[in-house]
Ligand binder design. Structure first.
Ligand code: 4AD
Ligand code: MG
Length: 480
């Protein structure tokens, strides 16, 4: 018989036919009179049960069927007696494709710590938790493409190697093609980075935004979806050195249009996950509940994972200006238990994560879109407001996550933009191509960046950003 994937077999409920399934053994139990093998091929969170009768399958084969081994099974599909599974297979022939020495295979059928699983990132996708997480990652990426495609946006591939630091934060990784034996030096004995990339200083991109803006000023509405790199040495559960960002950029959108698009996109993809990833989400919701029960009462989630996702769909995000947010923070009483130390000194300071958490989790109790930030804490390209103090920036803050989206209306007026660049010491000659869009047919435009792994954290309920990207790049991990 032709091979059938386990998700198809389990959802069909047809019986009495011959089938071939291939996958990796999760567990083997029983013995007399038969063995039960739980087999998974990655297509679903559910395992198919294989019933192996030692009178049919030789002892030699059965001894090699251990956790982690790859096997191919041919047999008859029958209705299952067990609860929670529609069908099982009575094995007629089993071939062991690849053994997994039980003394050495790291993933045993028991609960491993997340730290342990991170060290075994090359195998962790074979676990229920991580396979669910990465199936959902696929679905969210697909939903993002579908959302923009339906709206008539074009997916634009922006470069990974570039000479610009779009955010101007100096957190770039150098890219070089230096011959290590002949590293070019300047006259005063320093490495000559000006020769990095065939004679030009380059870095890995921190954002595709600037190239995205060029494209929006031609194609109208575009989005990028690619890896971005930040050399920030922040060892937190929310930061990676390599993360994926979704960056739409739209001609003729003002800040309000920008905020509305971001809210619509987030609701669309969360709804897509609820409708299309039900089994994986149910599994992760139970897992999150279990984790939550281990925590002290005051740190537990008020809602379960599925409720939190549903809540996002049903409630409008709260739009609050930075200045209003500062007022709210000033007027709220300091928390004696120190859980939220939200006293903020003065207008103009950046909000700390405890301020953001207070606004989202305690004050508004829903996602918050903060807009009109002080210009001095934001990037050079943001559109200056008439008050001379603020820019048309917007950040979306999510419960349990903090900043999930950052964006702005862009400064489209050449004079204002170059003046701001001078104030911030950003050389005009390096960004001449960017300034050209302001010289020729400039127009109001806006865009934002969604941190894809932050979205993943929210949808999966996982607690650490290292656990929602297949192979995390952090200061302590770059091997594979
Ligand atoms: O706020 P950021 O730095 O904004 C930009 O890069 C703009 N160019 C986006 C735009 O307007 N086109 O980053 C955007 C989002 C953040 O809100 C956050 O979700 C995520 O990217 N992010 C990170 N995610 C993981 N690890 C990091 N080190 C991140 N830095 C930012
Ligand atoms: Mg930001």
């Amino acid at each position: 018989p032709a091979r059938i994937k386990i998700n198809k077999l389990l959802s069909s409920e047809a019986t009495e036919q011959q089938a071939n399934v291939k996958g990796w053994v999760r567990t083997k139990r029983g013995g007399k009179p038969v063995f039960f093998i739980a087999l998974n091929d990655g297509s679903t969170i559910n395992n198919i049960q294989i019933v192996a009768d030692p009178e049919v399958i030789s002892e030699n084969i059965i001894k090699d069927i251990t956790t982690g081994a790859a096997i191919s099974v041919v047999g008859k599909v029958v209705a299952s007696q067990g609860a929670g599974q529609s069908v099982e297979i009575l094995a007629e022939n089993i071939e062991v494709l690849g053994k997994a020495d039980p003394e050495k295979y790291p993933l045993q059928p028991k609960k491993h710590s997340m730290e342990f699983m991170r060290e075994k990132a090359h195998l962790r996708m074979r676990s229920s938790t991580f396979s669910a997480v990465f199936r959902i990652r696929h679905s969210l990426a697909f939903a993002i493409h579908q959302f923009f495609h339906e709206k008539g946006f074009y997916n634009l591939h922006t470069p990974i190697i570039t000479a610009n630091d779009a955010e101007g934060a100096g957190e770039t990784f150098h890219v070089t093609n230096f011959d290590l034996d002949k590293i070019p030096m300047t006259d005063d004995g320093k490495v000559d980075y000006k020769q990095d990339f065939f004679g030009k200083e380059t870095n890995l991109t921190v954002s595709g935004q600037l190239e995205g803006e060029l494209s929006a000023m031609a194609l109208g509405e575009i989005y990028t979806f690619g890896p971005t790199f930040r050399a920030e040495n922040s060892n937190t559960t929310r930061h990676l050195a390599e993360f994926w960002m979704v960056e739409p950029e739209m001609a003729f959108y003002d800040l309000n249009d920008n905020m509305n698009l971001a809210e619509e996109m987030l609701k669309y993809v969360v709804k897509y996950a609820l409708e299309n990833c039900k089994e994986d989400l149910d599994f992760l919701a139970n897992r999150a509940d279990e984790e939550d029960k281990q925590k002290p009462q005051n740190e537990r989630q008020e809602m379960g994972l599925l409720e939190r996702l549903q809540f996002i769909l049903e409630n409008d995000f709260e739009k609050v200006s930075y200045t209003e947010a500062i007022e709210i923070l000033r007027n709220s009483k300091p928390n004696k238990k120190k859980k939220f130390n939200y006293i903020i000194e003065s207008w103009g300071a950046d909000l700390q994560s405890e301020h953001e958490r207070f606004l989202v989790e305690k004050h508004f109790k829903k996602p918050v879109i903060l807009f009109d930030y002080p210009k001095d804490i934001k990037a050079f390209y943001m559109r200056q407001n008439d008050d001379d103090k603020t820019v048309g920036a917007m950040d979306i803050l999510f419960p349990g996550i903090g900043e999930i989206v950052g964006g702005s209306q862009r400064e489209e007026r050449l004079e204002k933009l170059t003046q701001r660049m001078r104030e911030m010491d950003i050389p005009e000659d390096e960004l001449w191509w960017y300034l050209d869009t302001r010289k020729f047919g400039t127009a109001p435009h806006s865009g934002f960046g969604l941190g894809f792994e932050r979205l993943m954290l929210f949808v999966t309920g996982m607690g650490n950003i290292r656990d929602v990207i297949p192979f995390p790049r952090t200061p302590d991990n770059a091997d594979f």
